[in-house]
Design a protein. Structure first.
Length: 259
């Protein structure tokens, strides 16, 4: 795979400067399959060595960060991992979904508020999801990936992609985080007992109905899972702010290992 490191940019505004500093920590990578290209940003541990092994984290962004710039997907969540890379050395991947594509197969009615969403029981993965799966299958062939410590997370559209990817690779991830997402409750049976879950949603979410997360948590419990569930009484769709601020989020995530 071709790899480039983005150069740091100098901004007059300090807030943008900090954002740029987080971005430059992530290497640009690409997966090319025929005429399709998956663009990714990858954070490596300090002093990364291929002779050592590290946990792997995959984070799926929301619909607003789709595109082709290999940059917007770092808007939410990248700072969390950059700031903690010394304490939790891991390989962290932020793939970018194409502008007109989705992580999850879902029927969306945008005339309602919140959106009306339904998730099929059987469907082929979207093009972007297919490419992510191909990338992961190739990546885990490397000895520097700890197979027992592979984690998944996502927000909004990425939270939906999280539930779908779990159903497509039910024995792959040790733990997963879904923020303001949703999915097909029937498919939770595939991974409820295999993957530790922490689900987050805002009670005031007027984009993605919090009932979607409630239904997924209920399904996980029904099928033998033991999920954590946080619903923030005053949070709207940006419940990721509260989720990322949870002091035990990363310690919980990295404490989970597959047997």
């Amino acid at each position: 795979m071709k790899t480039k490191i983005i150069l740091a940019m100098v901004f007059l505004c300090s807030a943008f400067s900090i954002y740029a500093q987080h971005q430059q920590e992530f290497v640009k990578e690409y997966l090319v399959e025929g005429t399709d290209t998956l663009k990714l940003r990858v954070l490596y541990p300090k002093d990364f060595k291929k002779t050592e092994s590290y946990p792997l984290v995959v984070f799926l962004h929301g619909a607003g960060e789709r595109g082709n710039d290999n940059k917007k997907q770092l808007t939410h969540g990248s700072k969390l991992f950059v700031d903690s890379i010394q304490k939790y050395p891991a390989i962290v991947i932020f793939p970018q979904c194409k502008e007109e594509d989705y992580w999850a197969n879902a029927t969306v009615d945008r005339t309602t508020q919140p959106l009306t969403l339904s998730f099929p029981t059987e469907s082929k993965p979207t093009k972007s999801m297919h490419l992510v799966m191909r990338y992961l299958d190739e990546l885990v062939k490397n000895s520097y990936i700890k197979k027992e410590q592979i984690y998944l997370g996502g927000l909004s559209m990425g939270g939906m992609g999280t539930f779908e990817l779990l159903s497509r690779k039910p024995n792959f991830f040790a733990a997963a985080i879904s923020i303001c997402g949703g999915g097909n409750p029937e498919l939770a049976e595939k991974y409820a007992k295999n993957t530790a879950m922490w689900v987050f949603h805002g009670a005031e979410d007027n984009v993605v109905n919090p009932q979607l997360s409630v239904k997924m948590v209920s399904a996980l419990l029904k099928y033998g899972g033991k999920p954590n569930f946080n619903i923030y009484s005053k949070a709207n769709h940006n419940s990721w702010d509260s989720a990322f601020a949870e002091p035990e989020l990363l310690s919980w995530l990295f404490s989970n290992k597959k047997e």
